[in-house]
Design a protein around this ligand. Structure first.
Ligand SMILES: NC(=O)c1ccc[n+]([C@@H]2O[C@H](COP(=O)([O-])OP(=O)(O)OC[C@H]3O[C@@H](n4cnc5c(N)ncnc54)[C@H](OP(=O)(O)O)[C@@H]3O)[C@@H](O)[C@H]2O)c1
Length: 263
C-alpha cells in the first residue's frame, strides 16, 4: 500500500532509540524526509546514519530536549529554513519514572507534565502554523495504554498522559478545517529499553525476578506477548498517511488487546 507520504517532511521527536526510532525508520522507508531529535548526540547521530544507510533517504538529526522551549523553537526554525515546512509531526518523549503515589512529590508531577504533556503542546503550537498555511498536516501524539487503563506503579505516566488525550481531541476539532488530523497513539507493552528499565525497577523493588516481570505482563495481554516496535510504527505510519485523511481525534491502542474496556 502506498502511504502517499513520499517527500513529506516528518519531524519525529525523541527518536534516537525505541519507538521513536522505529517510527522514523518506517517513515523514511515510505520516502518521507525525516528529522529526528534526542539529547544524547552519539546515539542520535548513529541512528541518523543507520536510517539513512538503510533507506537512502534524507535524514536530519537535531540535538534537542523536548522540554526545552528554546531548543524546540530553534529546531523548528532550522527545519523550516531548510525544508520550507513540516508536514508530519510525531510528538514523542521519554517516559517518567515508575512508582506509586507515596514515591513522588509535587515536583515530580511538574517534571512529568513538562516531559509529556507540555512538550507535546509546545511542539504542536510551533508546527501548526505551517500546516495551516499549506492546508495539510498530520499530527500523532504519543501516549500509552495507561490513558485507557491506568497501570499500577506508573502513577506519573497515568497522570501526565491523560492530558495529552484531552489536548489532542480538542485540537483535532479546531484544526480539522485546515486539513490537519490529530490523533493519539496508545502503545501497550512494546519491547524497548524503556520496558527493560521497568523490568529492572521491578526486580530492584524486590517484587520478583525479571522473568517474573515479563511473565506477569504477558499474562495480562490476550496475545500473550509484548509488541514489537515495528508493529507500533506500522500504525503510526498509517495514521500519517494520505489514506487516513478522515481519521482524526482518535486514541488508537496498539496493545495486543491489553485494554479490556470498550473504548
Ligand atoms: N515501550 C513501551 O512499552 C511503551 C508503552 C507505552 C508508552 N511508552 C512511551 O513511549 C515513549 C517512548 O518509549 P520507548 O520505549 O521508545 O523509550 P526509550 O526506548 O527509553 O527511548 C526514549 C527515546 O526518547 C529520547 N528522549 C528521552 N527524553 C527526551 C527528551 N527530554 N528530549 C528529547 N528526547 C528524549 C531518548 O534519547 P535521549 O535519552 O538521548 O534523549 C530516546 O531516543 C515513552 O514516553 C514511553 O513511556 C512506551
Amino acid at each position: 500500500m502506498d502511504l502517499g507520504i513520499k517527500n513529506k517532511v516528518a519531524l519525529v521527536t525523541a527518536s534516537s532509540r525505541g519507538l521513536g526510532k522505529v517510527v522514523a525508520l518506517q517513515l523514511s522507508r515510505e520516502g518521507a524526509q525525516v528529522i529526528i531529535c534526542a539529547r544524547n548526540k552519539e546515539t542520535l547521530f548513529r541512528t541518523r546514519d543507520e536510517i539513512a544507510a538503510e533507506t537512502e533517504g534524507i535524514v536530519e538529526a537535531f540535538i534537542a530536549d523536548v522540554t526545552n522551549k528554546k531548543q524546540i523553537k530553534k529546531m523548528v526554525e532550522q527545519i523550516v529554513k531548510k525544508f520550507s515546512t513540516i508536514d508530519i509531526l510525531v510528538c514523542n518523549a521519554g517516559g517518567p519514572p515508575a512508582g506509586m503515589v507515596d514515591d513522588f512529590s509535587l515536583d515530580d508531577y511538574h517534571d512529568a507534565l513538562e516531559l509529556n504533556l507540555l512538550s507535546t503542546i509546545n511542539l504542536c503550537y510551533e508546527v501548526i502554523p505551517f500546516m495551516k498555511k499549506q492546508h495539510w498536516g498530520r499530527i500523532v501524539n504519543m501516549t500509552s495504554v495507561s490513558v485507557k487503563q491506568p497501570i499500577d506503579n506508573l502513577i506519573l505516566s497515568n497522570t501526565s498522559r491523560t492530558g495529552i488525550l484531552g489536548f489532542s481531541k480538542s485540537l483535532s476539532n479546531q484544526v480539522a478545517k485546515y486539513g490537519i488530523t490529530v490523533n493519539a497513539v496508545c502503545p501497550g507493552y512494546t519491547k524497548t529499553q524503556r520496558v527493560e528499565n521497568l523490568a529492572k525497577s521491578y526486580k530492584e523493588s524486590g517484587k520478583g525476578t525479571i522473568a517474573d516481570f515479563y511473565k506477569k505482563i504477558e499474562n495480562s495481554i490476550p496475545m500473550r506477548r509484548l509488541g514489537t516496535p515495528e508493529e507500533f510504527a506500522n500504525a503510526v505510519a498509517f495514521l500519517v498517511s494520505e489514506g487516513a485523511s478522515y481519521i482524526t481525534g482518535v486514541a488508537l491502542q496498539i496493545d495486543g488487546g491489553f485494554v479490556k474496556g470498550l473504548f
